[in-house]
Design a protein around this ligand. Sequence first.
Ligand code: NAD
Ligand code: IPM
Ligand code: MN
Length: 356
Amino acid sequence: MKAKIAVLAGDGVGREVVPEAVKVLKAVAERHGHAFDFVSADVGGQAIDKIGVPLPQETLTLAKQSDAVLLGAVGGPKWEGLDYSLRPERALLGLREALGLYANLRPAKLYMALADASTLKKEVIEGIDILVVRELIGGIYFGKPKGIEKIGGVERGVNTEVYTTDEIKRIAKVAFEAARKRRRKVTSVDKANVLESSELWRRVVTELQKGYPDVELNHMYVDNCAMQLVRNPKQFDVLLCNNMFGDILSDEAAMLTGSIGMLPSASIGAQVGLYEPIHGSAPDIAGKGVANPIATIASAAMLLSYSFQLEKEGAAIETAIVRTLDLGYRTKDIHSAGTRLVGTGEMTDAIIRNLG
Ligand code: NAD
Ligand code: IPM
Ligand code: MN
């Protein structure tokens, strides 16, 4: 097939891991006879430095006109002092909103070779396979009123958690449909004991489940869920979360798999899907060539399966990752005694060699 992929590397380690994932996609295209056209554009802090805004119009237009978007990460200490409307992170929120990407899928699966890489005991994490379904364009990230205001000399920062019935329904539907292809269990995460937005969330999800009698549903308060994720993560199949809870719990779930450098994501909803690792620009390791590229390479695999229906090619990347880990290749974040410590590029080269 022929397809156009927008490549938005962004900041920090995004600039290191995205070119590696593109190398893998090129290798897959060559082996399977596809023609992918990669078009790069500026986003985040790097776009602020060059053009003055985090999400240039040209980048947004490119994203809209592409068949899929591959993104690295945005943000970093350099831009932290800027007004919120001008910060690199706005680019990501802007892209998600403009592309209508209401569903963010974050699979946390333990690769057996990494059973020793997690900070948790092997018997706790062995066999975990969790899908975090995170609502991505609503909730406290987008609710109004918002801002910093001064009333009677007192300054206050305001954000608002809002969800409509339709917003809850459409994300819950994604979770139930996904569960049907997995172990048929949805855990809906909320704070319904305190928040009205969660009370509605719980009511709507409960109602929707009636259309999915084959899928088991349970509700869990977010504080308990954070605890259960490290106590007994094997109890979870699909975790249905609002925007904020999904952000937090997916970073926690990432550590069950060994490292945040392992977790990919797919953001879908309307026509164009966006694929990115769940991690950020990792300023502490950026520029050193040590970042783990697997989260981004696995995101590229999701891109092939979800946006292009190239399941065989996506699976080929997955298999190559498994083989490479089985051979003992490890970046610093997942390194343990007796394995082979490699940098970002070497890890990618090994994955490409193992594409078969
Ligand atoms: P982070 O995810 O960038 O880093 C957290 C920790 O994980 C760091 O110690 C980092 O070294 C490590 N890490 C992250 N990715 C790694 C990889 N591929 N390989 C090995 N180790 C890795 O989170 P943070 O430090 O809280 O945020 C840094 C910046 O990134 C902030 O500006 C934040 O807003 C931004 N951010 C962007 C995104 C995104 O673009 N999607 C996501 C999260 C954070
Ligand atoms: C993520 C990030 C983003 C989020 C930030 C950078 C806007 O943490 O993709 O997980 O909170 O969604
Ligand atoms: Mn996050």
